[in-house]
Design a protein around this ligand. Structure first.
Ligand SMILES: [Zn+2]
Length: 130
């Protein structure tokens, strides 16, 4: 089995968020498995969960909070609504990934095409211009 560890940072929008792995004894503000800190630029995840689909769900959950914040949707959603939307989408997406094992490989292959295109474009342009 391949164990894919989390990286130290995750880029959401223009910003790199630090991924903080918490010991299990760490008491978060709302007894959560993870938490998104917009001002501090951090995502906290409980260490004992990250090796499971449950942990992946938590990581996806916090990423969705990050997207909502970073792309300016947070002010349109009341906090309770945001939590419900994030919960539903994270649980739904992880379930779709579990039920369709080919899907993440499909996404990965298409994202790699995009990376390749970016690389060619930046080489042809010789880096950032004016
Ligand atoms: Zn949440």
């Amino acid at each position: 089995m391949v164990v894919m560890d989390l990286k130290e940072f995750i880029k959401i929008g223009y910003r790199n968020y630090k991924i903080d792995v918490w010991p299990d004894s760490f008491a978060s503000t709302e007894d959560a498995e993870g938490e998104f800190f917009s001002k501090e630029g951090k995502i906290g995840i409980k260490g004992s969960t990250i090796g499971s689909a449950h942990g992946a769900n938590t990581v996806l959950h916090e990423i969705l909070h990050g997207i909502i914040y970073q792309y300016g949707l947070g002010e349109d959603l009341k906090e309770v609504k945001e939590e419900k939307i994030v919960n539903t989408l994270a649980n739904g997406l992880i379930t779709v990934f579990v039920d369709n094992p080919w899907l993440l490989d499909y996404f990965k292959s298409k994202v790699e095409v995009e990376h390749h295109t970016h690389k060619i474009n930046s080489e042809q342009n010789g880096g950032p211009q004016g």
